[in-house]
Write a protein that binds this ligand. Sequence first.
Ligand code: ZN
Length: 184
Amino acid sequence: MALGRGEVGRLSQAQITRAFPKILSDLERMSLAGAALELVRGTAPVRAADARVFSATVGMLEAFDQAEVARNEMLLAFALRLIATLGFAPRLDMCGRCGKRAPVEKPAYFDPGMGAVVCRDCGGGRLKLSADARARMTACFSGTWAEAAHDAWPKAVFTEARKATVGVLSEHLGREVDLLSTYQ
Ligand SMILES: [Zn+2]
């Protein structure tokens, strides 16, 4: 892109710098990666060209392209990664009201509206998250989210994590978000 006088740029050369051949040749991969892109579009603030969101999104496409198998867990894991990138990762290690630590080996109540686990003394929350679900969700908050989704999750754990993630997204966006709802 060359900028001449005025504000109109001239595109003199274009190059494809990345290609995702496996995504483009595999319907399952394409569908999951497409849903992830849709999520980025619906979640990231339109006017904030955020380099971290861009980088997480490119990482998502690479992960879907490189994975041996495209799993629903990858879409869920990326949703959590995106939530964390946008700054509203749910608090899973301590009560969102009183700050009491939630023992890592025990299940905890979760309140999507607060985006945090809530201890029994503080009234609990409408969802329950097992220790396994909390550990797996926490692992998704970082750049290594795809590793956390490398293997299939136990079905019950996936369901818990999916409900909590959808709850957080829906509360944050102020509308019902549909994410992998056919995989209860
Ligand atoms: Zn509490």
